[in-house]
Design a protein around this ligand. Structure first.
Ligand code: GS8
Length: 224
């Protein structure tokens, strides 16, 4: 049931470099909700995480008045339905809703997985990853078309699903030796437009901080 109460208690089990967790932060910011952020150590997961997401044991998990909600896009949809006031992230028309969920799913099946090849792999695998990654971004750029946002005139569900990955663009570019702006100028212009929204800007870490994290991650995992 939709409601908006003073006593709403929202806790986010977070891992700051995670694009999935950033989605939830953007959606909460868009709705003007206060929340408590708990950083997880994914090498030593808290008992709270294991209890609240026993199936996947992954962040993000949002805990609303004690009730856990898992899977980032499922959480974004829950937020939009629970605090169902403007600005709305999903369209109300069932067909339009099906379309935004389709693109959310496309992003989930591709961007992280392919992007990881670009920043963690070497040689032939990395080259293949780069090609696939640019193809994926061009596909998304085509879907954006001439619109200001994937949601049309304003930021919507697909924007929230995708924009966190732009905080990783510098990392993909540096490790992959590629120019995303050169390949997908309209997508980069869209990313900059999204960053004009405070809800987005305050939810995304600085690209250099992400890059620093990626360097440490590769060292730790002997990928260097
Ligand atoms: C993916 C979350 C995820 O990959 C979602 O919420 O949308 N489909 C999920 N979480 C990662 C960190 S970000 O890469 C995670 O929690 N990994 C811990 C693990 O795999 O043990």
């Amino acid at each position: 049931m939709a409601h908006h109460q003073e006593q709403d208690n929202v806790v986010l089990l977070d891992f700051w470099p995670s694009s999935y967790a950033m989605r939830v932060k953007i959606a909460l910011a868009v709705k003007g909700l206060a929340y408590e952020c708990k950083q997880e150590d994914l090498q030593a997961k808290s008992s709270m995480l294991l209890e609240k997401n026993p199936v996947h044991k992954m962040i993000p998990v949002m805990i609303h008045n004690g009730n856990p909600i898992c899977e980032s896009l499922n959480i974004v949809q829950y937020i939009d339905e629970t605090w169902n006031h403007e600005p709305l992230l999903l369209p109300s028309d069932p067909y339009q809703r099906s379309q935004v969920r389709f693109w959310g799913d496309y992003i989930d099946n591709n961007v992280y997985r392919i992007g990881k090849k670009v920043w963690t792999m070497k040689g032939k695998e990395q080259e293949e990853g780069k090609k696939e990654f640019i193809e994926c971004l061009k596909r998304l750029e085509g879907q954006l078309g001439e619109k200001a946002y994937f949601g049309g005139e304003k930021l919507g569900y697909v924007d929230v699903a995708l924009v966190p990955f732009t905080s990783w663009f510098y990392t993909y570019e540096t490790f992959g030796n590629l120019s995303i702006e050169g390949e997908c100028p309209k997508l980069v212009a869209w990313a900059k437009r999204c960053m004009e929204s405070q809800s987005v800007a305050k939810s995304l870490p600085h690209p250099h901080k992400v890059h620093e994290f990626a360097i440490q991650f590769k060292k730790r995992n002997a990928l260097e």
